[in-house]
Each structure stands twice: as C-alpha cells, then as structure tokens.
Design a protein around this ligand. Structure first.
Ligand code: UDP
Length: 330
C-alpha cells in the first residue's frame, strides 16, 4: 500500500515509517516539523506542510496515490493541554478534521489514528478494557476523544474505514539505534531518568510515593514504540469501509516509577540519584491495559513484555545521541 504518515517525523510516527518500509509499503511523510525532526525521516520522503493547507494535503494524497493515512500528528502533553487548550483543540481537532475532509476530497478513506488511554480518564477498574466509559479528565484526552467520535461519524456517513489505537505509555527506540525519542522539553519518565545517567540532570524527582500502589509510586503500562508500530501495520489490513476498530495497546503489565528508576540503574550502571517530590497533578495511580481485544482482532502480540528490555533500546539511542537529533558525530 501507499501510506501517508502524518506526523511521521515525530517519535512514534518515525518508528512506524521504518516498519512500513521494512514491510515493503510505499511511504510519504506529511509533517509541519513543529515538534518532529526532519532527520528522523528517510531521504526524499518528507512533504513539509500544514494540515490546514487543504490544497497541499489533497495534492499530496493524489500525487503519491495514497491508499491509507496514518495520523500521528497530535500534541500529547497533558499539562500543556491544561495550560493552553487552544493549541490542542486547534491541532488535535480542527486541523485533524481538515485532514479528514482532504481525504474525502481525494477519495482516500482509510485511516489509522493514534488514540490514547487518556480518553478513559481515571477508570475505577484496572486493567482497562475498551468497554470502559471514556471520560477524559484533561483537554488532551478530550481532543483525542472528539476525533475518535468524528471518525465514527465519518465512517457511518461517508464510508471511512478506521482504526483508533489507544496507546498506553509509549517508550523505547528502534533497536538499531537509528531513531528514538527526542522531545524538547522532555517530560517522560524513561528519557528523563536516562538523562541523569548521561550527566544532563543531577537526579530524578519521583512524583509522589503515597499512591495506593504496591510501592506507593504510580504504575504504568510501558509499551515499546515498535510494538505500537506493528499494531498499525496489522490494523491497515483490517480496515473495513463504514467500520471502526478501537483497541488498547499495552502489555497488560504494570511497572511502577520506582521499578523504572531501578531498571534504568541496572541497564546504565549509573547510580541515578533520586529525590521524592510532590504528586504531579492529574496523575492516575495505576493505568494498565487489557489488550486482549488487540490480540483477538489484529493478531497483535507485543514483543517487549518487560520495562527493562524497552529501556535497553532507549538507552542504546540516548547514549549514542545524547542531544537527540541535534547530536553531531557519535
Ligand atoms: N514521573 C516522575 N518523575 C518525572 C516524570 C514522570 O515520577 O520526572 C512519573 C509520573 O508521575 C507518572 C509516570 O512517571 O506516574 C509516567 O509519567 P510520564 O510523563 O512518562 O507518562 P504519563 O503516564 O504521564 O503519560
């Protein structure tokens, strides 16, 4: 298939691009580079443009004979979405709807969308299944849910075929070390802990150890970025006109913040000093996926089932690219 990867210069999108190429698909990356990195995209594949530029999106879809779109181009920071919801509604909803309407114009109606566990809010029952009521607690989660709803309506009314893949905590890097995570500022736990090991930070601050979890720190379901990408490829083959496929993507295993820090110590051999800090606002104590449905519907099975093996791939990227894509010779 010819696939347009919107946001293919970003962290998860760039990994999906490599997997698509490995599987023999044709790839066009459409990205405005507001947060992504041109050097994360293989030569000759990048179309630099805005989703709001309808003419450019339609022309790209037509010229590249695109069969399906993967949409990774959303903003994804909870705190930022609380402080500046306007950019979240603009980018994650308004511009994303522009994408759908450009697809209608070009008669491309297959789309795989990066959704999120944040659409569930703070569910009472963990592991979280897809039957859980979606009640987001922040603008980020709301914007993703709005777009999921738009997809359902576009499927029904216009015959779109879609998959909404609800990621848990994306982590890790392509094992060959060629691409990885590079956010500025960085807010995610694994890259931050690894920055301590690299000497770029003095210590890691753990955001609270008084949660109702086994060691008091928050528990998350860390899922390798290539396992996420693999699910996108499987979803491509399952898209059906007029229908949606909404599944969770996680390992079904929880890892606490303390366990992450300890695993980073083991992987890096660095002492990684820690201090205990206040709770970070809006952090649910425990988010673990019930990803049974993704196994059943997609035949998906994550390859990286423990945080340590995920961290090893992240470390392989970070230690060779201490300044991310800005790293010169390594
Ligand atoms: N966390 C932490 N210190 C940090 C960054 C994150 O203790 O410097 C914790 C955070 O409170 C959460 C977990 O690590 O419980 C994962 O946070 P991250 O931002 O990586 O992902 P989120 O689950 O918020 O999407």
């Amino acid at each position: 298939m010819n696939v347009m990867v919107v946001g293919g210069a970003g962290y998860i999108g760039s990994h999906a691009v490599r997997l698509l190429l490995d599987a023999g698909h044709g790839v066009t990356v459409y990205d405005n580079l507001s947060r992504g990195h041109a050097s994360a995209v293989p030569d000759g594949m990048l179309v630099h443009g805005e989703l709001s530029d309808r003419a450019k999106v339609v022309a790209t879809l037509r010229e590249k004979k695109i069969d399906a779109v993967m949409h990774f181009a959303a903003f994804a920071l909870v705190n930022e979405s609380v402080n500046d919801p306007a950019i979240y509604y603009r980018n994650n909803v308004v511009d994303a709807i522009e994408l759908l309407d450009a697809m209608r114009e070009a008669d491309v109606k297959k789309i795989v969308f990066s959704s999120t566990t944040a659409t569930y809010g703070e569910p009472d029952i963990v592991p979280i299944a897809e039957t859980t009521l979606q009640q987001p607690i922040n603008p980020y989660g709301f914007t993703k849910l709005v777009f999921e709803n738009a997809l359902a309506d576009y499927a029904k009314a216009y015959g779109f075929a879609y998959a909404a893949l609800r990621y848990f905590n994306a982590a890790g890097a392509r094992p060959d070390g060629s691409i990885g995570e590079d956010h500025d500022p960085e807010s995610h736990i694994i890259p931050i802990v690894l920055q301590v090991a690299l000497g770029q930070r003095d210590k890691i601050t753990i955001f609270g150890d008084d949660y109702a979890t086994p060691d008091g720190t928050c528990v998350r379901d860390y899922i390798h970025v290539d396992d996420l990408g693999a699910a996108h490829l499987l979803a491509l083959d399952k898209l059906e006109s007029g229908k949606g496929l909404c599944v969770n993507l996680g390992t079904g295993r929880g890892t606490s913040v303390r366990e992450i820090v300890e695993a980073c110590r083991e992987v890096t051999g660095h002492a990684i000093p820690e201090v205990m800090g206040e709770r970070r606002e809006g952090d649910p104590p425990k988010l673990i996926a019930d990803a049974t449905l993704a196994g059943q519907l997609l035949g998906w099975k994550p390859q990286y089932m423990d945080a340590r093996s995920i961290i090893e791939t992240a470390w392989n990227w970070h230690r060779n690219h201490p300044n991310g894509y800005a790293t010169k010779a390594v």
